[in-house]
Design a protein around this ligand. Structure first.
Ligand SMILES: Nc1ncnc2c1ncn2[C@@H]1O[C@H](COP(=O)(O)OP(=O)(O)OP(=O)(O)O)[C@@H](O)[C@H]1O
Length: 808
């Protein structure tokens, strides 16, 4: 099979022949050159898809001949007429030349003019790679450099003829083809001196960074208890129904605190089914909490459906909780009449085994443990294979019964052994038997697959499909939107038309109040849950006080609820973990809280106190990978303006996504264009976007990327909150300062490790002034920045001054 590399080489051979045959023609003008030679070179030889080449794009009134690459422009090509030759000084044979050697003197003038022109375009659009091409010759160089070398004084990769490209095809391909450019080979070839990286942040010089935050005994005890009562309580089987009734918040009720437009909140999954009529999606529950009539109907039609029913939802949104509530409360009567298997792929053993085997073994185990049916029990086996045994009796061995009873029984036994040897088909027969003789519906839930890698999720999805079509059971499978769409677009799913019900998150404030009240009830009345109370230690009084404080704050402290609601961005598990980590945090003076509360009956949790517990977790210093909160000021290059790149992008995506009909999504093309027009390089933008997606402050549409080939992104509530609230808070600056490279030597010296509150306030003051200085350079290069840093900075300044005054 020929590779794109082979195809490129063959296309170049053809082009060489064609150029030789047509050499006598009138000299081609620029348009013809482009059409006949440059287009061929780019698309056929160098494998750039047409969809990634834009010709004649305008920016600030200037036109570039070709802007190449999606979602962002990776190189700009300036096309010259074929007759406009570049001359290579005599004796220079290497493909890599100093560009200034080629542009010297009169002979170098045409190339010099073209190189200056394209370098100008590159600078104004933030594209680093520049190419000048006249159809037969190519010169490539770095149009924007970050190593201080002026672009026209740097190196260039030169191919003075088509045959030179052919002779050095490997070099030509590696540096200029689509895969070569994407791998950044040209940067390396031209020895940019490696991209300069940003100076090390303060954390690099802090001994034992990030340091484990010490907890006192109370905090240690409280943390264990908080996890037990707020998170583990979920799994206490004795309390299942009581727990669900007391703590379930209806799925799909819109948040009252999210700093996102209603449009985005209401359309959490809606870009999902645009222009795909092969399947229907609908919310599993209406906003009032009632189960969708279609979902209820599907449960009743159990076993008739040959396709799995998909419960689609983001991580931690409450898919498992929805299933449990459905089975034990919402449709309790239906499920009581049914045989229900719940296969949990969250267990470790799921990872170790063959997945199909795991499902079969687990269902057999549940038959035994939940329904008291051992499908290998002799009597049961005989009942299941009753028909087969009748046929056996009528067959040739049936006669043995009269001749030799023992031999008959032995044959019959081997027959049964054969029928049960394949556990999958024996299980299938057992299910058929149950459905027929006991009139039971069979329902199987395959859950928590989304905690595994995506390949595994797809495998489980395929298993669900085959179970639904082979077994007399209704199969539910919970999936994340991205796996679902990947499977559809890659064909695993395309033959099926699954039923899809989406699970929207509940209101976080309601979940928190209900969960805290329930934990308090269990704590106060040991008889509710004996197994739990045996684990309660001396700290249970402190825990009671903490939970009462929290409950009170969830009811009255809007700022706190807004923080949790927005930062958890629909991940209910994350919201609960914020609360339990606050209770046992080494960064919170729990003793003080409990004392104030017992004296006054009231304690308002300040935002900064809760934020500290969340942002630092178990560490003493901010650690960007493990913290659930992103450092928006981090940079990838020694470019101080980059401190504001992510904030600018967040504000841009938020405003552009607010237009009606897009559900908040903006195409990456637009994002890159905006960033590049603001003077940032594509690499800087890619780095910022990647980091933001990883930290959940921007999210990609799982669907748009696969269907139209263009990635779409939108801001999350965590993104809006981080940009608008956190970035202007002292506690946030105080945390992320250790992780932010400082490009100004003077400020780098001022910003050091600090412990006392006065030192930290001083440090935050320096950091703020430093950021203000960098912001001035942004303001001077971005005509209409999407961000108002001055306002945030003033807020910060006021807060720092207020705290200092209070302390003095
Ligand atoms: N509607 C709800 N009411 C009350 N608590 C909820 C609700 N939904 C989720 N929770 C709580 O949030 C946490 C996460 O929920 P759950 O495990 O159901 O999410 P999930 O979507 O199944 O997660 P994953 O994507 O990891 O499988 C649990 O502690 C659960 O009790």
């Amino acid at each position: 099979m020929s590779t794109p590399y082979d195809q490129g080489k063959a296309a170049l051979d053809e082009l060489i022949d064609w150029a030789a045959e047509n050499v006598a023609e009138v000299q081609r003008n620029e348009a013809t050159t482009r059409l006949q030679l440059i287009d061929q070179l780019l698309t056929k030889v160098l494998a750039w898809p047409r969809a990634q080449i834009e010709a004649e794009t305008a920016y600030e009134g200037k036109y570039v001949d070709y802007a190449i690459g999606r979602p962002f422009t990776r190189l700009i090509v300036e096309a010259k007429r074929e007759g406009s030759y570049f001359s290579i000084p005599a004796g220079l044979t290497s493909s890599i030349q100093r560009l200034s050697n080629l542009t010297d003197g009169k002979a170098g003038e045409p190339l010099k003019a073209a190189a200056e022109q394209v370098a100008g375009y590159c600078a104004s659009r933030g594209v680093s790679l520049a190419v000048v091409c006249n159809g037969l010759q190519i010169v490539a160089f770095l149009g924007v450099r970050t190593d201080g070398v002026p672009p026209l004084k740097g190196n260039a990769l030169v191919f003075p003829s088509l045959s030179a490209m052919r002779e050095n095809f490997r070099l030509f391909w590696d540096n200029l083809s689509k895969p070569g450019i994407e791998a950044r080979n040209l940067h390396v070839t031209l020895k940019e001196g490696g991209k300069k990286s940003a100076p090390a942040p303060l954390s690099a010089s802090i001994p034992h960074y990030p340091g484990i935050k010490r907890r006192n005994d109370i905090q240690v005890g409280l943390q264990i208890l908080a996890e037990l009562f707020l998170e583990d309580l979920t799994r206490a089987a004795e309390l299942e129904e009581e727990f669900l009734r007391a703590t379930y918040a209806t799925s799909g009720a819109l948040s009252q605190y999210a700093m996102l437009s209603k449009q985005i909140l209401e359309n959490r999954y809606s870009l999902l089914h645009e222009s795909d009529s092969n399947f229907e999606t609908e919310p599993a529950a209406a906003r009032g909490g009632q189960i969708s009539p279609n979902l209820a109907g599907d449960i009743l039609a159990s076993g008739l459906s040959k396709r799995p029913i998909i419960l689609l939802g983001d991580v931690g949104v409450g898919k498992t909780m929805f299933i449990r509530h459905l089975v034990n409360v919402d449709a309790k009567e239906v499920f009581q009449q049914s045989v229900v298997f719940y296969v949990d792929f969250g267990q470790k053993s799921a990872l170790m085994s063959d997945l199909r085997e795991f499902v079969i073994e687990d269902v057999i185990r549940q038959f035994r443990e939940k329904y008291n049916i051992d499908i290998n029990d002799r009597k049961f086996v005989e009942a299941v294979h009753h028909g087969a045994l009748n046929r056996f009796d009528k067959g040739i061995y049936g006669e043995l019964r009269e001749i030799d009873e023992v031999a008959y029984r032995r044959e019959r036994l081997s027959h049964l052994a054969r029928l049960t040897s394949d556990s999958a088909s024996h299980l299938l027969a057992s299910m058929e038997h149950l459905r027929g003789s006991m009139q039971k519906q069979i329902v199987i839930f395959l859950d928590n697959i989304d905690q595994h890698a995506s390949e595994l999720q797809e495998q489980v999805f395929l298993i669900a499909q085959s179970l639904a079509s082979e077994w007399p059971a209704t199969v539910f499978v919970s999936l994340r939107p991205d796996t679902f769409y990947r499977s559809r677009s890659e064909g695993t799913l395309s033959a099926y038309q699954p039923r899809v019900f989406t699970i929207a998150p509940p209101r976080v404030d309601v979940v928190l109040k209900k969960r805290t009240s329930f934990a308090l009830d269990v704590l106060k009345d040991p008889s509710i849950l004996p197994s739990f109370n045996s684990q309660v230690t001396l700290e249970s009084d402190s825990l009671t006080a903490c939970l009462e404080v929290l409950l009170n704050n969830f009811e009255n402290n809007e700022n706190l609820v807004r923080l949790i609601d927005n930062l958890s961005a629909g991940n209910t598990r994350l919201a609960l973990s914020f609360v339990s980590s606050f209770i046992g945090s080494g960064h919170v003076d729990t003793r003080k809280i409990v004392d104030i509360y017992s004296q006054s009956g009231h304690y308002t949790i300040p935002l900064h106190e809760f934020l500290r517990a969340t942002i630092y977790g178990d560490y003493e210093h901010y650690e960007p990978e493990s913290s659930p909160i992103a450092n928006v000021f981090d940079i990838s290059e020694p470019d101080g303006r980059e401190h504001f790149l992510l904030l600018l992008l967040l504000a841009y995506v938020e405003t552009s996504g607010d237009r009606a009909g897009t559900e908040g999504f903006v195409s990456s093309d637009d994002v890159y264009t905006y960033g590049q027009q603001s003077g940032f390089s594509a690499d800087q933008i890619a780095w910022a976007v990647e980091r933001a997606v990883r930290k959940g402050i921007l999210e990609r549409s799982p669907r748009a990327r696969n269907v139209s080939g263009v990635e779409h992104i939108r801001v999350t509530s965590a993104g809006v909150y981080t940009a608008r609230v956190l970035a202007g808070m002292f506690a946030y600056l105080d945390a992320v300062v250790v992780d932010t490279p400082i490009v100004d030597d003077a400020y780098r010296r001022l910003i050091s490790d600090a412990h006392s509150i006065m030192d930290r306030l001083r440090r935050a003051g320096h950091f703020r002034t430093y950021l203000d200085n960098q912001w001035r350079t942004v303001e001077s290069s971005v005509s209409n920045p999407s961000l108002n840093w001055r306002e945030q900075s003033t807020r910060l300044g006021n807060e720092i001054a207020r705290i200092s005054d209070r302390l003095q």
